[in-house]
Design a protein around this ligand. Structure first.
Ligand SMILES: [Zn+2]
Length: 210
């Protein structure tokens, strides 16, 4: 694993590289960003969206949060970082796609399944992953006899669908979806098999993309 000095050395290579600040690409990007996709991913160090989709700067507008969760639209006095990023991406950048990228072995979903949100009201993690408690309840109802590994995996996928539903609670976002100016995607990256699946609303399942 790299330490901080290695990050500086890495930045020097980026500076001199094909997508660095002196590159052809950055001559355009210095004028502004026009990404067409918002990707909402997990904070997990193994699932960097730009690396696993082989993107370059300017391709993805990214939100990374524990368990790649999207909260429902709330207009209370709290600080709503995900909502602010959604508003900027949808209303200002006018993105055409939103991808929610979940993954296997998600620590946030493991915490949810193992009860971190049930009693720990003073835990930021507990409150946050509680956004997906409906997904947990669904999994325990539908797969009560399965191993914890299979239940966690099912919850990782159900939480993606729940976040897709929560996206539609933002009226300006729902409107763009209804106008077909914005497409929503649920993706699941399996670290064990190294594969990517996408949710198909016609089959009601995650199907292999790559
Ligand atoms: Zn995760």
């Amino acid at each position: 694993m790299k330490d901080v000095q290695a990050f500086v050395a890495g930045f020097k290579r980026f500076q001199a590289g094909a997508v660095g600040p002196d590159s052809e690409l950055f001559r355009e990007l210095k004028q502004g960003q026009k990404p067409r996709t918002l990707l909402i991913g997990c904070s997990d160090s193994r699932v960097d969206p730009a690396i696993i989709t082989d993107c370059v700067p300017g391709d993805l507008f990214v939100v990374r949060k524990v368990a790649n969760l999207v909260p429902p639209c709330e207009t209370d006095s709290g600080y709503h970082g995900v909502s602010a990023a959604l508003e900027y991406a949808v209303c200002h950048l006018m993105v055409e796609h939103i991808i929610i990228l979940g993954h296997s072995q998600c620590g946030g979903i493991k915490g949810l399944m193992e009860g971190v949100c049930d009693c720990a009201t003073d835990s930021f993690i507990g409150k946050w992953v509680g956004i997906a408690k409906g997904a947990k309840e669904q999994v325990l109802r539908e797969l009560p006899e399965k191993s914890s590994e299979l239940q966690h995996r099912a919850c990782e996928q159900a939480a993606i669908l729940l976040s897709l539903e929560n996206l539609r609670t933002f009226s300006w976002l729902r409107q763009r979806v209804e106008e077909k100016a914005l497409l929503l995607h649920g993706w699941y990256y399996d670290l064990q098999t190294g594969t990517l699946s996408g949710y198909s609303s016609s089959s009601g399942k995650f199907e292999l993309l790559a």
